[in-house]
Write a protein that binds this ligand. Structure first.
Ligand SMILES: [Zn+2]
Ligand SMILES: [Zn+2]
Length: 391
């Protein structure tokens, strides 16, 4: 589509030069919301670029705090920021860089604590991660709701940039080798995994590699926002030692576990994680699908811990993957406890009056419902205003 050139005054418009770019639409850029996951070396560079371009709304996710070792590769951090959350500092600094930008910090574990609906309601998703587990999570979330995402990876002077788009070429999980799975499984070998270990990916790299890869990632995000062509399922490989840059296409795996879409998603503007009970959501599932419909969870919910030794029972209501290993030990007698688990709600549960938040669902979650072969997915859309409010 031909664009009307709008040439503004360079003295009063910081986006003046963008007006000369034939396809650039500052209005589209201004109204866009981008989710940036990871505020480390890549995240700093991506956020800096997005802010300079005037991307209107940035949702920044990370679980980590700043230490001195980050300062050599993080343009948004200062020495005085030591010990502060990366997301809080990053959100402050992008607003300094460009006051037009609304930035929101989200501190948490991307694998379990961000509602799936968030992925539906943003215009682009950029992964700035240093571990396979988080990439795999984002990949599955994006597949579930049919959204593209931009991945970046750096090691020493090497870099990779990839766009993954459900049903358009290979996805991230299609690219995983047996060795990758082995590395992931090693860390998951304990049923209550030691998440501390999992979250410590320390990758040797340089600020130059981060700038190069993050620049390409930002450009891919910019193309997605403008609805321009990208090449999903291919990798841009950058070798900073030999200065070789080339593209390579991944084969699609036939039985890739990520290839699972939620299908039709029902938006429920009245439903929120804190305000809606399991009983109310089950009623909605039955309105949608008919009597006898059940709610189904993707991961096991630990309802309670039972100690066979001393008879102690503790209600837990947390997803199993979010518990630390010491949760298995009885605080009264030190014996190993048994977990009471569930992943299906059929209406017979004694805890139906709990809200979704009280059984460990984050705001803007999407919960699956099923009756025989018929299924749908229910979104807690009432949380959208709060989770994605930038003003
Ligand atoms: Zn795949
Ligand atoms: Zn006990």
């Amino acid at each position: 589509m031909e664009k009307t050139l709008v040439i503004t005054d360079p003295d009063s418009d910081r986006y003046h030069t963008f007006g000369y770019i034939s396809w650039w639409q500052q209005e589209v850029v201004r109204n866009a919301t981008v989710l940036v996951i990871g505020a480390g070396a890549l995240g700093n560079e991506v956020l800096k670029n997005l802010a300079l371009m005037g991307i209107g709304n940035l949702l920044i996710g990370d679980f980590d705090t700043i230490e001195d070792a980050n300062l050599s590769r993080s343009v948004l951090f200062r020495q005085s920021d030591r010990g502060r959350r990366k997301v809080d500092v990053a959100a402050e600094r992008v607003k300094e860089l460009n006051p037009d930008v609304h930035a929101k910090a989200w501190h948490g574990d991307i694998n379990y604590e961000l509602g799936l609906g968030v992925f539906r309601h943003v215009d682009a998703i950029v992964g700035c991660l240093d571990n396979r587990e988080a990439r795999l999570s984002i990949n599955r979330f994006c597949w579930a709701v049919g959204r593209p995402w931009v991945d970046g990876a750096i090691q020493e002077l090497m870099g990779i940039v990839r766009v993954f788009w459900p049903d358009k070429g290979a996805c991230y999980e299609c690219t995983l080798t047996d060795a990758d799975y082995q590395a992931i499984n090693l860390r998951y070998s304990c049923p209550l995994l030691a998440r501390e270990n999992l979250l410590q990916g320390k990758v040797p790299t340089t600020p130059t590699s981060a700038s190069i890869v993050a620049a390409f990632q930002t450009q891919e995000a910019l193309k997605l926002i403008h609805g321009m062509e990208v090449n999903p399922g291919t990798a841009l490989m950058i070798n900073g030692l030999t200065n070789d840059i080339y593209n390579t296409e991944y084969p699609v795996k036939d039985f890739c576990l990520s290839h699972s879409s939620l299908g039709s998603i029902v938006e429920l503007p009245w439903a929120t994680a804190c305000g809606t009970t399991l009983a109310e959501l089950l009623d909605e599932a039955r309105r949608q699908l008919g009597d006898g419909a059940v709610l189904e969870f993707d991961s096991e919910l630990v309802v309670a811990m039972h100690c066979a030794n001393c008879g102690n029972v503790e209600h837990v209501f947390q997803r199993m993957a979010r518990l630390y290993e010491n949760a298995a030990v009885c605080p009264h007698c030190g014996a190993r406890r048994d977990m009471e688990l569930t992943h299906r709600i059929d209406g017979s549960e004694p805890f139906l009056r709990r809200t979704l938040a009280e059984i460990d669902f984050p705001p803007l979650s999407i919960v699956k419902a099923r009756l025989g072969k018929a299924r749908c997915a229910l979104e807690l859309t009432g949380d959208k205003e709060r989770v994605l409010a930038f003003h």
